[in-house]
Write a protein that binds this ligand. Structure first.
Ligand code: AMP
Length: 137
C-alpha cells in the first residue's frame, strides 16, 4: 500500500475540490493554482504513478475527459487555445505522483504559463536515434 497522495485524498472525499466531472474511473477538478483561468486536472481514480504506468484503457478514459474539457473551455471561456499535458517524473515537473493530465486554456494575455522549445538538434545523429527508439517500441 502506498501512502495516500493529495489526489487519492480528493478522490476519497477527504479533501475538497471544485469538481468538473466524475465517473467510475475518472475525476476532473479545477487545479488549485489556476495557472490560467479554467486550468483543470483530470485524474485516474485508481492510483498509478503517472501516464507511463497507467493501463491503456484507463489512460484513454482520462484523455477523453481532458479532450472534452478542452473543447468546452475554448467554447465557454473564450480561450484561444489549450495545452493538454502530463508530467512524468520529477525531472519533467511532476510533483504529485498520481497520474493526472493538465488542461490549460490559453488566452491572449497569459501571465503564468509558457512552454519554450528550443532547437537542440545540432550534433545529434537523428537517423540513429530514430532507429534506436523505433526498434524498442
Ligand atoms: P504536477 O506538477 O504535474 O504534478 O501537477 C500537480 C498539480 O496539482 C499542480 O498544478 C498543483 O497546483 C495541483 N494541486 C496540488 N494540490 C491540489 C489540490 N488540493 N487541489 C487541486 N489541485 C492541486
Amino acid at each position: 500500500m502506498h501512502e495516500k497522495d493529495v489526489f487519492c485524498k480528493i478522490i476519497a472525499g477527504e479533501i475538497p475540490c471544485y469538481k468538473l466531472y466524475e465517473d467510475d474511473d475518472v475525476l476532473a477538478f479545477l487545479d488549485i493554482s489556476q495557472v490560467t483561468k479554467g486550468h483543470a486536472l483530470v485524474v485516474s481514480k485508481k492510483h498509478y504513478e503517472n501516464f507511463l504506468s497507467c493501463p491503456q484503457k484507463e489512460m484513454h478514459k482520462v484523455m477523453d475527459v481532458a479532450q472534452r474539457i478542452g473543447q468546452v473551455e475554448i467554447k465557454l471561456l473564450g480561450a484561444l487555445g489549450v495545452n493538454i499535458l502530463t508530467n512524468c517524473y520529477p525531472a519533467a515537473g511532476q510533483s504529485v505522483m498520481h497520474f493526472h493530465v493538465h488542461v490549460i486554456p490559453r488566452y491572449e494575455q497569459d501571465k503564468g504559463f509558457a512552454i519554450t522549445m528550443n532547437n537542440n538538434a545540432e550534433g545529434l545523429n537523428l537517423p540513429a536515434l530514430a532507429g534506436e527508439i523505433k526498434d524498442n517500441l
